[in-house]
Write a protein that binds this ligand. Structure first.
Ligand code: NDP
Ligand code: VSD
Length: 323
């Protein structure tokens, strides 16, 4: 009898917590439609960006893509047109060139869903990496994202009658946890998180909703290049989260954008990683908030086990190397 009473009390406390979270989670849940809306994707000529452009087009969006290489843009345009019958607008610009990006955004017209996806990655231990390469990653991945958002915002605002808008940033699981060989890359992707958290505060009143996407290794032309030069320890640690197809990541990303999720994980490990690194980020879903609160301690134990395993690999690697 007493045991049954205790269980009931436990159940009630959880119910009360669930209700409390339901009442307080902010920002409020939102739905962001894709059909018949203008989706603008940077880095849309290859890999994850191309898969996103494909998907958005097949869901009935008006799609624009921006990247540097004119030829790759034309190939992407033709590929999407053949597969979906949608005519994608292309813009050739380097995100590091703020004037060029602004001209492209003006020409493209008001954007409903901006997906800032361009990114470069040159893995290397910092000691061996040239500062030029560090700068390259920070400038394309972080400053380039600032340039794109600044260029798109003036025409994204004043949304009356246009429905909610979205700005989604392509981070990486290496933007949630630092990893051997990714000092510069991780720094650029962690930077996006600060940008996104602050930007959501600033834009919520304008009905613009910010998302951060965190894919694991994803099969793309970019990853194929990266694999040629990636340090062995980076390979070992990144393998903790497996490899996804660009189409799978694009589906998760677009589904997350449509329900306005601030954090968008892409695979099972990604869900664990997102709970582990929930920190002070906004959470629109009271159910996810509930999971975060209840599992916080246990998930922390899991992260410490991962670190134990990773430091073990590093120790072993250097012991063998120094033999
Ligand atoms: N593949 C992976 O394993 C993972 C990737 N990511 C992230 O996903 C995003 C896409 O990666 P992925 O699809 O693999 O990359 P790809 O290398 O396959 O494609 C990158 C795209 O970005 C464009 N781009 C690169 N530099 C610039 C620039 N300076 N200005 C404008 N466009 C540029 C490229 O076109 P062009 O070269 O013609 O400019 C291309 O369209 C990146 O942000 C990456 O960090 C995250 C986790 C895992
Ligand atoms: C309880 C917690 C469990 C967590 C599991 C954690 C697994 C972390 C693995 C991180 C992999 C990072 C890959 C980066 C890919 C990338 O961005 C490059 N390919 C460049 O594009």
């Amino acid at each position: 009898m007493a045991v049954a009473y205790l269980w009931f009390l436990l159940f009630l406390t959880h119910l009360a917590l669930l209700f409390f979270l339901y009442v307080i989670v902010r920002p409020r849940p939102v739905r962001i439609p894709i059909k018949n809306r203008h989706v603008f994707i940077t880095g849309g000529s290859s890999g994850i960006g191309l898969a996103l452009a494909h998907r958005a087009a097949s869901e009935g969006a008006r799609v624009s893509i921006l990247a540097r290489s004119h030829d790759k843009l034309q190939d992407a345009k033709q590929e999407i047109s053949l597969a979906t019958g949608v005519d994608v607008a292309t813009f050739s610009a380097d995100v590091r060139d703020s004037d060029a990006v602004r001209r492209a955004a003006e020409e493209a017209g008001p954007i409903d869903v901006l997906i800032v996806n361009q990114g470069v990655f040159v893995p290397q231990e910092l000691e061996k990496q040239e500062l030029d390469e560090v700068r390259f990653m920070v400038e394309v991945n972080l400053i380039g994202s600032f340039n794109m958002i600044k260029a798109a915002l003036p025409m994204m605002k004043n949304r009356e009658g246009r429905g909610p808008g979205s700005i989604a940033l392509m981070s990486s699981q290496a933007g949630q946890v630092g990893i051997y060989g990714y000092t510069a890359y991780s720094a650029s992707k962690f930077g996006l998180r600060g940008l996104a958290e602050s930007l959501q505060h600033e834009l919520i009143a304008q009905d613009i909703h910010v998302s951060l996407i965190f894919p694991p290794d994803t099969n793309t032309p970019g990853l194929a290049e990266e694999t040629k030069i990636r340090p062995q320890l980076t390979n070992i640690i990144a393998a903790s989260s497996g490899v996804m197809k660009a189409e799978e990541v694009a589906k998760k990303a677009l589904d997350g954008i449509k329900c306005g999720s601030f954090i968008i994980p892409c695979n099972f490990e990604g869900h664990l990683l997102s709970i582990a690194t929930a920190g002070f980020s906004p959470q629109r879903s009271f159910l996810m908030a509930f999971v975060e609160v209840l599992t916080a301690g246990l998930i922390r134990v899991a992260t410490l086990c991962f670190q134990w395993n990773w430091y073990g690999s590093i120790e072993k690697y250097y012991a063998q190397k120094n033999q």
